[in-house]
Design a binder for this molecule. Structure first.
Ligand code: 5BU
Length: 276
């Protein structure tokens, strides 16, 4: 397989056991997109104007496999402007991921998928804490179902920020125990800033779910306000399937080139990990 050109690579070869074991339909869609784009980059588009967001997606769209939003960061948000932005993003063959970190009981989480932002209508993936119990996943899936869509939930099993409480004994294990068998769970958030912690999470999760990781930057070390960064290559080698990168790309003077650099690092690491 070593001599096979990269553009001919099948998802089953690149993703190995994950390709067969992941039952969430969107997880497979993501794995296919990543192969087409040769990128595991999930762009954290943390800008607060629609003009900035639109320019960012124009610049980096070809190099990212998913777009992560914080819809409530945007100062000049309008429903029409957001709809155009999502359509533009979708034109780049990617998944849209609202990092909402839902945490309420199931029925309220279902309602929060609607409201002004109507997250259920445009997000393919959302994040959730498991602190309120496992029914939050059913609530979020019911939210998508209310508008005839299907989505996937990323459960927070770890976080990248200093001093977070998800590392208290038993928490991550309980997230994994409850989340792995649940078909509505797309995967888990792991800590991209600490490869050893991440490798432990991957070991616990096995191949049935994806792991995506924030806290990734080519410049490793401490970031602003308790954020921590590890290297993109180390994260993928430790078991990350999607590197969530924000400021490493959007703060760059050359956003497209930076996105491509992260894409190349992540793709090469995936090929190395899978022995391709
Ligand atoms: P950065 O600029 O690459 O540090 O942005 C990181 C993004 O990932 C940002 O949107 C956070 O909300 C998000 N994030 C995180 O940094 N750490 C976490 O544990 C989780 C999400 Br969950």
């Amino acid at each position: 397989m070593g001599a096979q050109p990269e553009w001919l690579m099948e998802p089953a070869d690149v993703w190995g056991a994950r390709w067969d074991a992941c039952e969430n339909p969107l997880a497979r869609t993501y794995m296919e997109v990543a192969c087409r784009k040769q990128s595991l980059v999930v762009l954290a588009a943390d800008l607060n104007t629609m003009a900035g967001l639109n320019a960012l997606v124009d610049n980096v769209g070809p190099h990212i496999a998913a777009l992560k939003t914080h819809v409530d960061l945007v100062d000049d948000w309008t429903a029409a402007g957001w709809s155009d932005f999502c359509a533009k993003a979708k034109g780049h063959d990617l998944l849209i991921f609202e990092d909402r970190k839902f945490a309420d009981i199931g029925s309220i989480s279902r309602g929060q998928m609607a409201g002004d932002y109507d997250i259920r209508s445009w997000a393919d993936i959302v994040t959730a804490h498991g602190i309120s119990g496992p029914d939050i996943v059913d609530g979020l899936c019911a939210g998508w179902n209310d508008v005839g869509r299907e989505g996937g939930v990323l459960l927070l099993a770890q976080m990248s920020s200093r001093g977070n409480l998800l590392g208290l004994p038993g928490y991550t294990d309980e997230m994994v125990r409850a989340g792995v068998p649940n078909p509505g769970v797309f995967g888990f958030i792991g800590n991209g800033s600490r490869a050893s912690e991440l490798a432990q999470l991957r070991e616990k999760v096995g191949d049935r779910k994806l792991v995506w990781t924030p806290g990734v930057n080519i410049a490793v070390g401490d970031g602003e306000m308790g954020q921590r960064y590890g290297s993109p290559r180390d994260a993928v080698m430790a078991g990350s399937d999607g590197i969530i990168v924000g400021s490493g790309i959007y703060k760059s003077d050359q956003q497209g080139e930076s996105a491509k650099a992260y894409a190349d690092i992540s793709w090469q690491a995936l090929l190395e990990r899978s022995g391709c």
